[in-house]
Design a protein around this ligand. Structure first.
Ligand code: Z5A
Length: 218
């Protein structure tokens, strides 16, 4: 299901420490100033139930098998889509989501080695096939991204071996290449203000008219 709602569904993806959260906060402030009806949400943890699932998933004390991990991300997402994302899109809202289905393909698929077709099937079940109209990859070398975070890694995923993180980044490149009309790539290793500018430009070009974002480039 492509987004044919009055709202727009945009996702941000990338390895750890790429700067998505930071950029979404800055962007949201600017969208508020422009009076653009939007929400910023994240996967996992965009709903009250999702926050509980997020805690389970990221707690380094929890031994989680790869299949359990996959199903928990999908359970979070099913709730997220039904409770928050779909109603927002139907009401004409611009939905900016920090991670979505492509994170599962990159981390559980390319990273952990779970069959990509199985992930696609489960993702369709969880989301009803809801696909973002634009996905922005915040691309950064995995070591550089992790270097921006706590030394040694803070949560369960961050503590994975560097080889895992390299596979995740390579996976993102493959996903972007397979679907160039949906993906845009931002060089997230650049200084914060440059990345901010690049992100604004992409949004302005793709959504400027629909969401009246002329002021985004001022
Ligand atoms: N995961 C999964 O495995 N499967 C799935 O299906 C989904 C997710 C949906 C979610 O945790 C974890 O779940 C994640 C993937 C996995 N893996 N881990 N760990 P999360 O939501 O906490 O993870 P995250 O999205 O990677 O958050 P993050 O590590 O905080 O990355 P970020 O949001 O992209 O970065 P940031 O917090 O904005 O910035 C990080 C630091 O860099 C911060 O100190 C900033 O001040 C700094 N920063 C930001 N931009 C710059 C620039 N341009 N230059 C220098 N420094 C910068």
């Amino acid at each position: 299901m492509a987004t044919s709602f009055s709202g727009s569904f945009i996702t941000l993806e990338g390895p750890e420490g790429a700067g998505k959260t930071t950029q979404l906060k800055l962007l949201s402030k600017q969208l508020d100033q422009l009076g653009c009806k939007h929400i910023v949400t994240r996967d996992p943890g965009g709903t009250s139930l999702g926050k509980q699932i997020r805690r389970i998933l990221l707690n380094p004390e929890n031994p989680v098998t790869p299949m359990t991990e996959l199903l928990l991300y999908q359970a979070d997402r099913a709730q997220h889509v039904d409770e928050l994302i779909l109603p927002a899109l139907k009401s004409g809202t611009l939905v900016l989501c920090d991670r979505y289905v492509d994170s599962t393909l990159a981390y559980q698929g390319y990273g952990r080695g779970i069959d990509l077709e199985l992930i696609n099937t489960l993702s369709k079940m969880a989301t009803g096939g809801l696909t973002p109209e634009l996905t922005i990859l915040f691309d950064i070398d995995s070591s550089a991204g992790l270097g921006r975070l706590h030394p040694g890694g803070h949560d369960r995923l961050e503590r994975e071996a560097i080889e895992f993180h390299h596979k995740v980044r390579d996976g993102y490149h493959k996903l972007a290449k397979q679907n160039p009309e949906r993906w845009m790539i931002v060089d997230a290793s650049k200084p914060l203000t440059v990345v901010q500018e690049d992100l604004r430009k992409i949004l302005f070009e793709r959504l400027g008219e629909k969401h009246k974002l002329a002021g985004l480039m001022d």
